[in-house]
Design a protein around this ligand. Structure first.
Ligand code: NDP
Length: 606
């Protein structure tokens, strides 16, 4: 990684101006409303193309101790931590035909994780598993999800291919009744909802989107029957096809090279370029693996989150940054070098300036890499991201940029405006129609919309109150986990809780916390638990009072789901993680302090 070359080679004033201009081009008054929900005539986009054997079973009417809704990494971690705590009567309920969540749905060619496997894949020590390479791809992660489910016996009693439609609280029995699309009525003493932050794909609200007559799908429902091949490529069905892909986020960055390799012609429609760093993948050093001491993975995860949330300082003799060798920590290393050069007792304003310069240097490295790889100057210019590091999800990929040197691949840059129109035959940008046989939407997922809309079901709690109604002005919770009027129900998510790029870290903290609570309730014979109204009020004030101190979520960032599309919607602000994108570790400490207090302050127990 060339961390030094760009350091004296940029003009901060120019960059400040350029970033602001590029952001302003993209700000739009409709924010999140610009997207098209996948319902009605668009609901076919949600169909599951991966089910091999559709199940046919009689409706269930039974009871379990704990129901877990969602079988992604969060649900699996909740199940694992409950099993470790000795809780046996568990039922997982999952829409997909298998566990995996995002890794069940996202099987597009090239799908992989950009966070190193040693940090991302949970429960490596518990399962005695060491990933063969630094980075793992989607099939390996899906296999790991199955490994967790098998190890902790989570397939037992599970309801797969089952979608929750409604949950109703029965006050007299102190049980939830879970209604599903298979007409089940499952009674549960406790419910853990882990619906996932990116579980509901979205479409752009481009005029004419329903007119397109060719083949179309969203990347999270990849149609291999049409393209041929699998997650490793070999898309032979595209040899004679003109393909268009809309979106250039982390998903597109991974699948575009495969489309470029196989399609007769590929058009990549871009609104905002991603920043693409080298991947530097390598096989796992087995000597290193053998040298690891028990507890290594949790510590590594903590160190990684500490770095991402600006707390990556020294820990004893070991610098947390040095154990990682990829682009996620490059900016931290630049900052450390610049701080060292600045000497001792650097005043606060100077620290902020050094932080900004480090970010400029990091992004200059990314922009220079585009020039080094992409031969056509105009294309290279269009592929350069003009915003601060972490304004958008960083991408680590070695195949994306060289794809634009292929004669059959054209970048159609919309200069921040987005696609103008979709016609029967293709896509229009600046008045030019690009005809395609297949149009792929790599347009991401709903993040800022209402919880119940994203979950796909509502909760009817004490006194018939609905969660949708209670949260109509934004989330009302304690720790993002409990909501008054919805007893014995626990949420693991990022709203009023935590968000970190290594998402399983937050999921595991939530899972451990809830397993601890449920064990305590069982031991103490508690049958109903909900937060007090005062505790919810105080938590909301804390969430609103904390602000992201880095560029993530910052108003100066280019719009995207990290900053609510650049909008200042007070409702959406209430739904943000505690401490914005920088608060994960502070949030984990709050949960830890709560557990240590023992008397469960803020919870009403009966
Ligand atoms: P994103 O939301 O990141 O990207 C959506 C893309 O669609 C953006 O490029 C967006 O442009 C574009 N878009 C939206 N509307 C229009 C329009 N009208 N015209 C043209 N373009 C449009 O979704 P992804 O699926 O790429 O990624 C979602 C998240 O999933 C990531 O942020 C990451 O957290 C996770 N992920 C992680 C991976 C990993 O570990 N490697 C891989 C894949 C995903 P604009 O930027 O201008 O809004």
């Amino acid at each position: 990684m060339s961390t030094h070359a760009a350091r004296e080679n940029f003009d901060p004033e120019f960059l400040r101006r350029k970033y602001a201009e590029e952001r302003d081009k993209r700000l739009r008054p409709d924010g999140n409303q610009q997207y098209q929900e996948m319902k009605g005539e668009f609901s076919y986009f949600l169909e599951d193309p991966y089910v091999e054997t559709p199940i046919d079973r009689a409706p269930l009417e039974d009871e379990v101790e704990v129901a877990i809704i969602g079988g992604g990494l969060g649900g699996l971690l909740a199940g694992a931590r409950l099993r470790e705590a000795g809780i046996e009567d568990i039922r997982m309920i999952e829409k997909g035909a298998d566990f995996g969540g995002t890794w069940y749905w996202n099987r597009y060619p090239g799908a992989a994780c950009d966070i190193e496997a040693y940090t991302y894949l949970p429960l490596l020590e518990e399962l005695n598993y060491m990933p063969p390479r630094k980075f793992c791809d989607a099939p390996e992660i899906l296999a790991h999800c199955r490994r967790i489910a098998e190890h902790y016996r989570l397939y037992d009693n599970a309801c797969l291919q089952t979608e929750v439609k409604k949950m109703v609280w029965d006050e007299s029995a102190r049980r939830w009744i879970i209604h599903t699309d298979r007409n089940d009525k499952i009674r549960a003493r406790f419910v853990i909802m882990v619906n996932g932050p990116l579980n509901r794909p979205k479409l752009p609200g481009i005029p004419g989107i329903s007119n397109f007559k060719g083949h179309t799908f969203h990347t999270s429902r990849w149609d291999y029957r049409y393209t041929g091949g699998d997650a490793h490529g070999n898309l032979t069905g595209l040899r004679d096809k003109r393909v268009g892909i809309i979106g250039t986020g982390a998903t597109a960055v991974q699948c575009v090279s495969y489309l470029g390799e196989w399609a007769k012609q590929l058009y990549v429609f871009q609104r905002t370029p991603s920043g693409v760093d080298p991947r530097n993948d390598h096989p796992t050093d087995m000597n290193w693996a053998a040298s690891l001491k028990p507890g290594w993975q949790k510590q590594r995860q903590k160190d990684f989150t500490a770095i991402l949330t600006g707390r990556g300082g020294r820990r004893g003799e070991i610098d947390q940054l040095d154990q990682f060798d990829d682009a996620w920590v490059e900016m931290g290393k630049i900052y450390r070098r610049r701080m060292r050069e600045a000497g001792k007792d650097v005043p606060r304003e100077k620290v902020l300036e050094i932080f900004e310069l480090s970010n400029f240097e990091k992004m200059e490295n990314i922009r220079r890499r585009v020039d080094e790889i992409v031969k056509d100057k105009e294309t290279a210019e269009a592929l350069k991201p003009w915003y601060a590091f972490m304004c958008k999800r960083p991408c680590l990929d070695d195949r994306y940029l060289p794809t634009f040197n292929r004669p059959n691949v054209k970048l159609v840059d919309t200069k921040g405006k987005g696609v103008e129109r979709i016609t029967e035959k293709g896509v229009v940008v600046e008045g030019v129609e690009y005809e395609v046989d297949c149009l792929i939407f790599a347009t991401g997922f709903e993040v800022g919309t209402d919880y119940t809309r994203r979950a796909g079901y509502d909760l009817i709690g004490v006194g018939g109150q609905s969660l949708e109604e209670k949260w109509k002005d934004g989330m009302v919770t304690l720790f993002g986990i409990h909501s008054r009027g919805f007893p014995n129900c626990f949420i693991v998510g990022n709203g009023q809780a935590s968000f970190t790029a290594n998402y399983p870290d937050g999921l595991d903290e939530g899972a451990k916390h809830i397993a601890h609570l449920i064990t305590q309730f069982e031991e103490r014979g508690i049958t109903k638990v909900e937060p007090t109204a005062e505790a919810e009020k105080a938590w909301a004030a804390e969430v609103l009072g904390t602000k992201a101190s880095g560029p993530q979520g910052g108003a100066g960032c280019t719009p995207g789901y990290y900053n609510l599309e650049g909008q200042h919607d007070p409702r959406a602000r209430r739904n943000q993680p505690f401490g914005g994108m920088m608060g994960a570790n502070a949030y984990f400490e709050r949960l830890e302090a709560f557990r240590a207090a023992g008397d469960m302050p803020g919870l009403e127990l009966s």
